[in-house]
Design a protein around this ligand. Structure first.
Ligand code: VG1
Ligand code: CO
Length: 545
C-alpha cells in the first residue's frame, strides 16, 4: 500500500504542559494541527518499526475522529501493532498498565483530563513511554522542537475501522486489536487488593457507597469492577455513561465540581458512608465520608501509614513522593516509618524515575492524584479500591480513620485557591513582583508567623540528575506553614494562578477548625505579598478546594 506524504506547515504553539498538549477543540481542528503533533511524536521516537502502540482516550468530543487519524499515521510510521480500547475508551491508568503489560513502545492517550469537553470545550493528547509513564521533560522538549520544523506528515490511505466491538484488523501491514478497556485493568486491581473483603463490605447492609464517574471514562470501569465484580448494589455508580461533553460539566472530582455527590454525602439525614469520584481520564480521585471530605494530601498520608492492609503492599513500602505543593502530611508518615520522602515538581512525569528505580512505592499530588508502582500514572479507581480495602479492614468510618491519623501525626490544614482565566500579562507581573521580594523575605514576620526561607523551587532528579527550574514560588514559615504560588500548565484560556496554603497543628484539641478559618492569616498574607486583587481584579478565588 502506498503511504501518502502530505505537505503541511508547522505550528509554533505545540509545547506540552503539565500533562500533554491541551488546547480548545477549535484549536485542535485547525488544519493538520493534530497530525502535525502526532508526526512530531513519531519523528522523535526511536524503535517504532514493528513495535506496539497503545491508543485510547477519555471519550470526549473529537476522540473518535482523532483515533482514526492516529491509526492511519501509526500504520504509515511502521508500527507493527496498535492496542486500541473498544469505543476508543481507555482510562489513563489503564493505558499505562497496557503499555507495561504488553511491552509497548508507548501509548497515546487522548484526553484533556478534568477540563470541560464538547465542541466548545478542550481536547488533549499525551504520549507515555515504555515504562507506561508520561514522557519525561527531555522527550516533550524534543517533540516540541520537532513540531516547530515539521514540513510534512505521513498517513496510510485506509478506511476508518469500527471502534465499537472487539476484534482484530490487518491494515497497511499493521495489526489493530480492539480490546476490552477494562479486562486487563480489572485483573491488575484483583492482584493488588483483597477483593473478598471489599466485596463483603460493599454487600453488607451497614455500608452504602456512591461513586460518581462524572459521565467520563471511569463509568465502564466502575460499573464492571464495583457493581459486577464486587457486587455493590446497582445504582452505586452515578453518571456511569461516558458522554462526549461529560454532561456539560467539568469532570473534575472536587468539592466545587462534584456538587451532586457532595450533597448526597452531606445530606442532613443522608445514609451514604463512602463517596468517591474520578475525573475525565480516570486518574484523579476524591474521597468522602459521611459529612466528611478527605484532603488529597491527607489521603496519601493515610494510605501510606496503612499500606500493609492491601495485599500488594503487605511487606511495606520503599518510600513516598509528593509534589512540592502537596501538604507535608505524607512526610510525617515517612519519617515515622523510617522511609525516604521525595518532593518533586507538579506533574506525574516526575515520579517515573523514582518508581522505576524502586525508591518509592506510593506517590501523590494535592490535586486529587494518588498512585503507586503498579502503573506509572495516578490512578483514581485504584485509590478508591485502596480506601475500600482500608475501610473493610478497619471496620471504621472514613471520618474516624482520618481523625485518628490526625491525633497521631497532627493535622496539616490545607487548601488550594485558584484564580482562573486571568490576564496572562498580569499573571506574569504578579510573579515577577513575588520573585523580586524573595531575597528579603526570610526573617520577616507576618502576624504570628515568621518566614524561614523563600525561593523558586528547583528540582534535581535523584536518579538521572536532570534539573527542572521555576517550579513554583515557595514561602516557608518557621512553624511549618507554607504559601506556594504556581501558574497552571493545563489551562487553555489566559493564565490560572494557583495559591496553595498549608498550616500544621499538632494539638488534637484544635483539629476541628474550619479549614479556611485555620488558614485565614496565610490567605491574607498571600494576598498582600502577591497583590492578588490588584493583578487579578478578583477579591476571592474562583475555585477553592
Ligand atoms: C494540574 C494539577 C497537577 C496534575 C495535572 C494533570 O496541573 O495541578 O497536579 O498533575 O493537572 O492532572 P496544573 O499545571 O494545571 O496545576 V490531570 O488529571 O489533568 O492528567
Ligand atoms: Co486526569
Amino acid at each position: 500500500m502506498t503511504i501518502q506524504t502530505i505537505k503541511t506547515t508547522a505550528y509554533n504553539d505545540q509545547k506540552p504542559g503539565t500533562s500533554g498538549l491541551r488546547k480548545s477543540v477549535k484549536h485542535f481542528k485547525k488544519p493538520d494541527y493534530l497530525q502535525t503533533f502526532v508526526q512530531a511524536i513519531f519523528n522523535t521516537l526511536e524503535g517504532i518499526e514493528g513495535s506496539t502502540l497503545v491508543l485510547g482516550g477519555d471519550g470526549r468530543y473529537f476522540n473518535r475522529e482523532a483515533i482514526q487519524i492516529i491509526l492511519r499515521m501509526a500504520a504509515a510510521a511502521g508500527f507493527g501493532k496498535v492496542l486500541l480500547g473498544q469505543g476508543g475508551i481507555l482510562s489513563t491508568p489503564a493505558a499505562s498498565n497496557l503499555i507495561r503489560k504488553y511491552a509497548a513502545l508507548g501509548g497515546i492517550i487522548l484526553s484533556a483530563s478534568h477540563n470541560a469537553g464538547g465542541p466548545e470545550g478542550d481536547f488533549g493528547i499525551k504520549f507515555n513511554g515504555r515504562n507506561g509513564g508520561p514522557a519525561a521533560e527531555s522527550l516533550t522538549e524534543a517533540i516540541f522542537a520537532t513540531s516547530q520544523t515539521i514540513e510534512e506528515y505521513r498517513i496510510a490511505p485506509i478506511q476508518p475501522i469500527p471502534l465499537d466491538k472487539t476484534g482484530h484488523y490487518e491494515l497497511a501491514g499493521m495489526s489493530i486489536e480492539v480490546i476490552d478497556p477494562v479486562d486487563d485493568y480489572l485483573e491488575l486491581m484483583e492482584s493488588l487488593f483483597d477483593f473478598d473483603k471489599i466485596s463483603a463490605l460493599l454487600q453488607s447492609d451497614n455500608f452504602k457507597m456512591r461513586f460518581d464517574a462524572m459521565h467520563a471514562v471511569t463509568g465502564p470501569y466502575a460499573h464492571r469492577i464495583l457493581e459486577e465484580r464486587l457486587g455493590a448494589p446497582t445504582g452505586t455508580v452515578l453518571h456511569g455513561a461516558p458522554l462526549a461533553n461529560f454532561g456539560g460539566g467539568h469532570p473534575d472530582p472536587n468539592q466545587a465540581h462534584a456538587k451532586e455527590l457532595m450533597s448526597l454525602l452531606y445530606a442532613r439525614n443522608g445514609n451514604i458512608d463512602f463517596g468517591a469520584a474520578s475525573d475525565g481520564d480516570g486518574d484523579r480521585n476524591m474521597i468522602l465520608g459521611k459529612h466528611f471530605f478527605v484532603t488529597p494530601s491527607d489521603s496519601l498520608a493515610i494510605l501510606a501509614a496503612n499500606a500493609t492492609v492491601a495485599p500488594a503492599y503487605r511487606n511495606g513500602i520503599a518510600g513516598i513522593a509528593r509534589s512540592m505543593p502537596t501538604s507535608q502530611a505524607p512526610d510525617r508518615v515517612a519519617a515515622k516509618l523510617g522511609l525516604p520522602c521525595f518532593e518533586t515538581p507538579t506533574g506525574w512525569k516526575f515520579f517515573g524515575n523514582l518508581l522505576d528505580a524502586g525508591r518509592i512505592t506510593l506517590c501523590g499530588e494535592e490535586s486529587f492524584g494518588t498512585g503507586s508502582d503498579h502503573v506509572r500514572e495516578k490512578d483514581g479507581l485504584w485509590a478508591v479500591l485502596f480506601w475500600l480495602n482500608l475501610l473493610a479492614e478497619k471496620q471504621d468510618s472514613v471520618e474516624n480513620i482520618v481523625r485518628k491519623h490526625w491525633a497521631e501525626y497532627g493535622r496539616n490544614y490545607y487548601s488550594r485557591h485558584d484564580y482562573e482565566e486571568i490576564d496572562l500579562k498580569a499573571a506574569n507581573e504578579l510573579f515577577s513582583t513575588l520573585q523580586d521580594q524573595l531575597p528579603e523575605l526570610a526573617g520577616k514576620t507576618f502576624g504570628k508567623r515568621t518566614v524561614s526561607s523563600a525561593d523558586n523551587f528547583a528540582y534535581t532528579d535523584p536518579v538521572d540528575g536532570s534539573v527542572s527550574k521555576n517550579q513554583g514560588i515557595r514561602i516557608l514559615f518557621a512553624d511549618g506553614a507554607r504559601i506556594i504560588f504556581r501558574l497552571s500548565g493545563t489551562g487553555t484560556q489566559g493564565a490560572t494562578l494557583r495559591v496553595y496554603l498549608e498550616s500544621y497543628e499538632a494539638d488534637s484539641s484544635k483539629h476541628d477548625q474550619d479549614v479556611q478559618e485555620a488558614l485565614a492569616d496565610l490567605i491574607e498574607t498571600a494576598g498582600q505579598l502577591a497583590r492578588i486583587e490588584e493583578f487579578t481584579g478578583r477579591e476571592t478565588a474562583d475555585v477553592i478546594t
